[in-house]
Design a binder for this molecule. Structure first.
Ligand code: HEC
Ligand code: HEC
Length: 293
């Protein structure tokens, strides 16, 4: 009996099971409920149980890599950093981020080594770009790879330190109050074409109510209540809506982050997939602890 089970576990037999749907797979399932199946054995069983068709690379990454907890080797992450087009069209990250010296590398960020990645930016404000073991989606690394600068389509060349950005920043720092200053000087910014870049559409052209469509992320930038409610209040519920303004903390406020943070690599089209398969793998590496092995 033991030999029979060993035979069942060989790749050739598993491949056969996968193709012809041999009912012994069910027996293998029974016999091996001790949780000691190999990855490939479990995969065959799961596909038999009704695997979803993989319609895109993203689904393959999710189903075969992330859901199964495959350890992501640093060698792959290192390759991504050194290869053009890893996260969408553009030069390799290390071309511009390869040194701790801010005179040689933007933000003194060294993405060419594991240690450099874990250290983050060394130019003031020096800061880590992710927390090993945590989800990087809303941390600096995640935002730079996924978030398009607003208004949607704003180019890298548009300065991030405009007077209107400074106004918004000061308002948030001052507690984001619903006062006369807000009504006179802040709220109108979201309704004004060109307020955050030459020829840029007004924010409220795309964020005008809590309904998507037509309002992207169900975000309403037409009123104080809408701004403070935040994004995705219908999809996630009012309690779990994504706050885009954190009073007193402009650097943590998504509304400001989206105005000053360029998506990487510079010049990438906002239409490029924000959930690129390699982005998902990089994020999984961080969640697994950003190990250097
Ligand atoms: C052509 C040069 C260039 C390339 C290629 C490039 N970057 Fe950048 N990166 C910059 C510049 C310039 C800045 C600073 C200006 C800014 O904040 O947008 C920056 C800023 C950043 C920051 C912000 C750091 C902080 O402390 O806020 C991160 C993170 C980052 N880049 C990651 C990446 C990643 C990941 C890649 C590869 C997909 C990449 N960059 C590719 C030029 C580049
Ligand atoms: C042409 C349409 C368009 C305009 C104009 C626009 N946005 Fe967006 N906005 C989007 C889209 C699409 C997304 C989601 C996908 C993305 O990030 O690319 C988004 C996402 C956001 C988010 C992220 C919400 C979340 O859930 O985290 C913020 C914040 C935001 N926009 C703020 C602004 C601000 C502020 C302006 C004006 C300066 C603006 N947007 C103008 C289309 C637009």
């Amino acid at each position: 009996m033991t030999n029979y089970m060993a035979l069942l576990r060989t790749p050739a037999v598993l491949a056969l099971c996968a193709t012809v749907g041999w009912t012994a797979v069910a027996q293998a399932e029974q016999a091996e409920d001790d949780g000691k199946r190999t990855l490939s054995e479990q995969l065959v069983l799961d596909m038999k149980a009704g695997g979803e068709a993989f319609e895109a690379d993203n689904a393959v990454v999710q189903e075969l890599i992330i859901n199964r907890g495959l350890p992501i080797p640093f060698s792959y992450i290192n390759l991504l950093m050194h290869t053009p087009n890893s996260f969408g069209p553009g030069p390799a990250c290390v071309v511009c981020h390869s040194n701790n010296d801010p005179a040689k590398s933007y933000r003194g960020l060294d993405l060419s080594t594991c240690e450099g990645m874990r250290t983050g930016s060394t130019e003031a404000p020096a800061r880590a770009i992710f927390t090993p073991g945590a989800d990087p989606k809303r941390e600096i690394l995640g935002r730079r790879l996924r978030n398009n600068r607003m208004p949607f389509g704003t180019g890298f060349h548009v300065p991030t330190d405009s007077p209107n950005v400074a106004l918004l920043e000061a308002w948030i720092l001052d507690g984001a109050k619903d006062d006369q200053h807000f009504k006179d000087a802040i709220l109108p910014l979201f309704a004004t074409e060109g307020a955050f870049g030459p020829d840029a559409p007004a924010c409220i052209e795309c964020h005008m109510s809590n309904q998507e469509p037509p309002s992207f992320h169900e975000m309403d930038l037409t009123s104080y209540a809408g701004i403070m409610l935040g994004a995705d209040s219908v999809a996630k519920g009012v309690e779990n809506a994504v706050k885009v303004v954190i009073p007193g903390k402009p650097e943590d406020s998504a509304i400001l982050q989206h105005l000053v943070e360029n998506r990487m690599p510079p010049g990438i089209s906002p239409l490029e997939d924000r959930d690129h398969p390699n982005t998902q793998i990089l994020f999984e590496w961080v969640r697994q602890g950003a190990l250097c092995e």
